[in-house]
Design a protein. Structure first.
Length: 149
């Protein structure tokens, strides 16, 4: 069995994973948008819910990451015995992207301040997060999903 049968989404893409990462970033940024949650239109809420379910079902790394968060004492293989190494690494990348976006939200809201350079690992982690945010912004631009200010 070749790679295309196991990971059909990635076989036709020139740069595997970009579309999934964009979806994760967009999901995390929109879920933090207070205006997105203030919609009183019931039909709009139902449509948004259906769109979210479709997004999760089409984005296996997100589903794996959510399952792993819900069941932290289970190994990924116990959650789904068909999990292979490639799918596991995509789950790890999804969790990393989501964690960076969570930190971005805290930073942008003022709940988190950048550490000082003499703060060692915390400072280096903040630098890595800032670089990840910049990559996410660039990906969103490439897909036409980021408004230019």
């Amino acid at each position: 069995m070749g790679g295309c049968e196991r990971v059909p989404v990635h076989c036709s893409e020139k740069t595997p994973g970009k579309l999934e990462r964009v979806g994760l970033v967009q999901y995390k940024r929109q879920s933090d948008d207070s205006d997105a949650n203030s919609n009183d239109d019931e039909r709009g809420s139902v449509d948004a819910g259906r769109a979210f379910v479709r997004f999760v079902l089409d984005n296996e790394p997100l589903l794996d990451a959510v399952l792993y968060d819900w069941f932290p004492n289970a190994t990924p293989g116990e959650l789904d015995d068909s999990l292979d190494l490639l799918r596991f690494w995509r789950m790890v990348e999804a969790k990393s992207a989501m964690a960076a976006e969570d930190e971005r939200r805290r930073f942008m809201s003022g709940d988190s301040k950048p550490p000082k350079p003499d703060d060692g690992e915390r400072f280096r982690q903040h630098q890595r997060n800032a670089a990840t945010w910049a990559r996410h912004d660039e990906l969103l631009r490439q897909f036409g999903l980021l408004d230019e200010d």
